[in-house]
Design a protein around this ligand. Structure first.
Ligand SMILES: *[C@@H]1O[C@H](CO)[C@@H](O)[C@H](O)[C@H]1NC(C)=O
Length: 182
């Protein structure tokens, strides 16, 4: 982390290393899929089968997230209609770092795409920097986001997640995810 960010109250973590990875990929790769894995997440190997086919950017649920228990696109009839994540804020793409994958071929057409040094906005900032790239361009994986194939598994205690509000989300993928999280 560059010195200038170290004194911030919430320093943006894991930015330099991810950008270094992107830099390496830009220099050395011509095909494949980028996924920002982390040592405190747990993966179902099926995830890697799914992200293989990413054309631009694919998204999928991340389990064991604080507050709501999951961070995911909200999907109704195969369409992304919203995002469901503990903290939405003013993020255009409120999704976790573990909840999306990007095709290398697509990244190479976006030379200005980088992860910003902005705590809380690393994911959305990176995805916005892929523009032109909009919400309808997102490819939904994990059976229309009804399966959890990656979990945050930090060894710390979280409060019980809030139950899914079925009045609001009963017609979406969250009904299924709510059952899984019981
Ligand atoms: C996602 O939902 C759409 C619309 O209901 C459906 O046509 C499609 O087969 C579903 N895809 C998967 C992978 O389940």
């Amino acid at each position: 982390m560059p010195e200038e960010y170290r004194k911030e109250q919430f320093p943006p973590k894991g930015v330099s290393n991810r950008n270094k990875g992107l830099e390496w990929i830009r220099k050395n790769a011509r095909s494949g899929v980028i996924y920002f894995a982390d040592d405190d997440n747990t993966y179902d190997l099926e995830l890697f089968e799914e992200i293989r086919h990413t054309k631009r950017v694919s998204m999928f649920p991340v389990g064991l997230m604080p507050h709501l228990g999951v961070c995911t696109p909200v999907v109704e009839k195969g369409k992304l209609i919203n995002f469901y994540c503990g903290w939405i804020g003013d993020r255009k793409f409120p999704i976790d770092m573990a909840g999306f994958a990007v095709s290398v071929e697509f990244l190479l057409t976006r030379p200005r795409a980088w992860v910003p040094f902005l705590a809380g906005y690393e994911e959305t900032g990176f995805l916005v920097s892929l523009q032109p790239f909009e919400i309808p361009d997102i490819e939904l994986l994990a059976s229309n986001c009804t399966k959890i194939l990656v979990w945050h598994t930090q060894t710390k205690e979280n409060d019980e997640p809030a139950p899914v509000d079925l009045d609001t989300y009963g017609h979406t993928n969250l009904a299924k995810l709510g059952e899984i999280m019981m």
